[in-house]
Design a protein around this ligand. Structure first.
Ligand code: NI
Length: 264
């Protein structure tokens, strides 16, 4: 596979390793934006992946009859292969290889929608709290808004240098075991930086970087598409204890289980 050239400067690479995040002015081409939005809106309107447990409310109890406070779709490119054709995907991989190493690969994607006027906040968290407690990761999330992302509609905030922290204890949002989304137990966000972006720009953050997105207080939807890249994970001799998974009883897991059984 031949990748487009990534030309991060040595200063940008050093910034990422020091601060734990990086802002890219343009990742998705202007000409791809309308198409990307159309595909995105189509799968959210259809609640694509719900039966498999891949579409759910990240911040609420995820009841069928209630509108989701923070709709999320896991692996959207599985349902909408159009996402695989975006030039931004190869470009993001090339950038990631400059940051993490030549063995970095695409390991998944997801999409988080903040509906106009009420999309809930995404509380402070480290992405690794969602992942395998027995693995050590070297990974980044590439976060691309398909319209402008502002402090008012829910752009990302980062705590500089937090990628060097240990993984912090997390709990389900609102301490509600029905909620899939996680929130760190304690954090001081006073040194956080806010990263507004133009449509098709991107932020890149390390899997340990503490981050947050506010609620959507605007009358437009906030679409974010996220690609995750990593180098091969290493098994930990002493696994972490992600006890916050154990008390969890989400309808998403129930749907995923029922779907698996139906497939036999
Ligand atoms: Ni996150």
């Amino acid at each position: 596979m031949s990748l487009p050239k990534s030309n991060l400067t040595p200063e940008e690479i050093a910034f990422f390793h020091r601060e734990g995040y990086l802002v890219i002015d343009r990742l998705l081409e202007e000409s791809e934006l309308a198409f990307a939005r159309e595909v995105y809106d189509r799968i959210f309107e259809a609640r694509t992946g719900r039966e498999e447990g891949n579409e759910f409310d990240l911040a609420g109890a995820d009841e069928d009859e209630k509108p989701a406070a923070l709709p999320q779709i896991l692996s959207p490119a599985r349902y909408a292969p159009e996402f695989e054709t975006l030039k931004a995907r190869d470009r993001a991989l090339a950038i990631t290889r400059q940051l993490l190493g030549e063995d970095a690969f695409f390991s998944g994607d997801h999409a988080i929608l903040k509906p106009a006027g009420y999309g809930a906040e995404t509380p402070w968290h480290q992405d690794e709290a969602y992942w395998d407690e027995a693995s050590h990761y070297n990974a980044v999330s590439v976060w691309i808004p398909f319209q402008e992302a502002t402090q008012e509609n829910g752009c990302l905030h980062f705590i500089p240098g937090s990628h060097l922290w240990e993984l912090k204890p997390h709990h389900p949002i609102g301490n509600d075991p029905r909620v899939h989304g996680l929130e760190v137990d304690q954090v001081d966000p006073s040194g956080a930086v806010v990263c507004p972006l133009k449509a098709g720009g991107a932020t890149i953050h390390h899997s340990r970087t503490m981050h947050y997105a506010g609620p959507n207080r605007t009358q437009g939807v906030r679409r974010a598409y996220i690609m995750v890249f990593q180098t091969p994970a290493r098994k930990l001799e002493q696994p972490h204890d992600f006890y916050w998974w154990k008390s969890r009883t989400t309808t998403r897991e129930k749907r995923a289980q029922a779907y698996k059984e139906k497939q036999g």
